[in-house]
Ligand binder design. Sequence first.
Ligand SMILES: Cc1cc2nc3c(=O)[nH]c(=O)nc-3n(C[C@H](O)[C@H](O)[C@H](O)COP(=O)(O)O)c2cc1C
Length: 335
Amino acid sequence: MKIRDIELKNDVILGPMAGVTNQAFRELVIKEGIALVYSEMVSDKAICYRNEKTMKMLEVSPNEHPFSMQLFGHDKDSMVQAAQYLDQHVNCEIIDINMGCPMPKITNNGAGSALMKDPQYAYELVREIVDHVSKPVTVKIRAGWDENSINAVEVATLLEKAGVSAIAVHGRTRKQLYEGKADWDIIRQVKEAVNVPVIGNGDVASYEDKMRMKELTHCDGVMVARAICGNPWLVRELITGEKAEVNVEERLEMLITHMNKLIDLKGEYIGVREMRGQSGWYLSGLPYNNRMKDLLNQVRSKEEIMDLVNSYQQILLLDKDEQKEAIHKLRNRGA
Ligand SMILES: Cc1cc2nc3c(=O)[nH]c(=O)nc-3n(C[C@H](O)[C@H](O)[C@H](O)COP(=O)(O)O)c2cc1C
């Protein structure tokens, strides 16, 4: 698959996730061979104001290419200005526009999925951006705002006219948030309606899912988001079809690698706090994972995470009755 002149090495793409797809997380996924990564969404206004935190989010390391930087916003002037900044000063190959975010703090300002409510404005906005940058511009949309306004085909057709180089379609409405099942048929309809590459998105968690989505929709690439959290090995499965056999040690090792990268990126205070929610991903399906997640949610230092992971490893070596008692002790230790 090609996005304008950018040839992707396979059809598996990491979806943007605010609070997740920072450099630390992306590195884990890139190592597994993914074809394209997206940033977290970044605010047009924050770029225009050169907000320090946002400037840091624009950093792309040499091994992250090709890279798509996702922009959210509503106003034409600031969106164009921010896109020009990405075009001229940021080491990304692609500029993506967010038309999918369902969060009120974004949609109340007319950004994210709210842009789909006014297809003509969305068209003008994107055309203006395309006209002012030299890098390829792509857009990530949803099926529509709600079940009564499914307009992905109309919006995608206009976006193609505006000059976008690819369109990613998440088969849910804004109203659905992340609930219910993604409607892959809307992806098929968009693919049928436009000539630019279409990236299908929503509920892909296995190679079988990917192949079924491709067969049903004929999409060019498949974007995966939630299923990769805590499971970067899924990338290789999605590319090759071979299931990754990952043991507990490898999972815990990945948790520690993720934590170390996040601390390198953000410092211990923030890194550890962000890992509170994310550590638990690596324990999914393992014994006592909920209890461990509760404990990991309360950690305050790298040392505490290391200590918990080490204790957990020791506990898993015990027999069942001893495990129960040891977990109980671990829970009460800090109380
Ligand atoms: C925590 C989280 C943050 C997200 N942030 C963004 C974002 O910044 N921009 C965006 O376009 N989509 C965002 N999404 C949506 C995902 O990219 C994707 O469209 C959605 O999760 C469906 O794909 P999946 O079923 O593979 O997870 C986010 C999703 C999650 C779960």
